[in-house]
Design a protein. Structure first.
Length: 157
């Protein structure tokens, strides 16, 4: 007879190589059959695109032209979430670049915004979805301009 372990947690907690889910009751090994929250994807994408468009218009003129060239994809969740990489389900966005790593502007990159992760985060933390899209987009745009995590954080992104 197997032992079932069921707990409630407020944050992701690693136990025995698995991560428990934020604010959800789970049992081991839950991630093998976990279902991520589902949302009104067309509506989230519409809102996100409106926020990103407004964000681009508000950028200083000297960087706006370059920023408008960066492709931005809105996806539900990171493709590795949760079955390949449990931490990927908490990733709000990323800048994926294929350049030479010199630290300058990398025109080959793409910004990915993970709408489901942002919506889930906002629900759990009582935050505004549009504000988090704005912050995430600017953060990832900073990486496009060659800023590392420390530089992005120093600029409040």
């Amino acid at each position: 007879m197997g032992v079932r372990l069921e707990v409630a947690v407020q944050r992701p907690v690693p136990i025995g190589g698995l991560f428990f889910i934020v604010g959800r009751r789970v049992e081991l090994p839950c991630l093998l059959r976990m279902k991520l929250p589902q949302y009104d994807w067309p509506e989230l994408e519409r809102v996100a695109n409106d926020v990103i468009e407004a964000c681009l218009k508000d950028l200083p003129e000297e960087i706006r032209g370059e920023a408008e060239k960066v492709p931005c994809l809105c996806r539900r969740y990171h493709p590795n979430a949760p079955h390949i990489d449990p931490e990927a389900m908490y990733m709000l966005g990323e800048y994926v670049a294929y350049g030479d790593g010199t630290g300058g502007v990398d025109e080959s990159g793409t910004i990915a915004i993970y709408l489901g992760a942002i919506a889930w985060y906002c629900e759990d933390e009582g935050l505004d979805f549009e504000d988090e899209i704005h912050k995430t987009f600017l953060h990832e745009l900073g990486h496009h301009f060659g800023w590392d995590e420390e530089e992005v954080e120093k600029r409040g992104l």
